[in-house]
Design a protein around this ligand. Sequence first.
Ligand code: SAH
Length: 345
Amino acid sequence: MSTIYDTDYIEELRVRNAMQPHRMKLFRNALFKNSNSWGEALATLPETARADFESNLTFESLEMSERHDSEIDGASKLIFKTHDHHLIESVVLRPKSGRTSICISSQVGCACYCSFCATGMMGFTRNLTAAEILDQVSQANRMVKSEGRSIRNVVFMGMGEPLLNMDNVFQSVEFLRAAPFFNLSNSRITVSTVGIPQAMDHFTKTFPDVQLAFSLHSARQDVREKLMPQARKYPLELLRESLLKASASGRVMIEYLMLAGVNDGEEDLDALERFLKDIPVHINLIPYNEFSGNNLHETPVEERNKFADRLKLLGFDTTLRYSLGSDVAAACGQLVQHKIKVSAI
Ligand code: SAH
């Protein structure tokens, strides 16, 4: 069945129901501007067209199967079920100062197998369609509507590697920034990647103003290869070239997970300084959420702060990410993985 993002088919429906274009606008506004229910949106259509729309369009591609609200910091972890019974997750964040945000998934599982990431342990199942990617945002919007909120910031930092699902991710970015749909500004959309140079270059060309986040985690090639198998295919020299191009047109964020004794020493700082020299980036230091399955540990907070201070002294724009939703296991892949284990018993 077609989805509300199949614009050609929607146009066909409009024409065959002899509707004026402004009626379509009312319908779309009900769904995207007002985050109304499907029934409320259908009610904006001429009576004669409703049955045709209702029987030929799917509205929600995912079923929200669980919602876990953090009791400490306003994060909500959402578990969605796909039509073929896979589970994916999104996290809604309500930072005290700042915009309501959502971290969304782009794939079921992931093929990158980063050693610090729980999603990596699940293996890869399939790409999400653009409608499935966007449905995480529209269902979250309907959920937060009763709080007087709307999602103003979308980050592709949930399950999956967005740049290994380029067609669908690019299509969903188009809808996220399109005025008749989600109407987000370019700078409020962030696509996070493990680092695939050609795909990053393509992204930069297509979306010069959309924020690119690069999961660096170590500027030492040997350390990075141990943490992230993909690093063997894409060495740091090539990634540096792509970062230079990306930062020339838009904002680039460097994500750096802080792992005790692995990437938080003097040598790591030196390597980071050399690697990022003359690239205008924002560095985000990330506290590691531990999970059983590897022997990695988080860098203690005092050392994390010192590392951040040193980077700032070197002239880098640096922030420490604070972790939201730890009580609802909002770290990459954790909750879904837990559920899969439980259902396998
Ligand atoms: N594949 C993409 C997007 C998904 S991972 C990428 O690699 O960027 C997005 C971010 O999740 C990573 O940068 C990493 O910082 C974070 N992440 C993964 N596992 C984590 C963990 N156990 N604790 C904290 N952050 C984690």
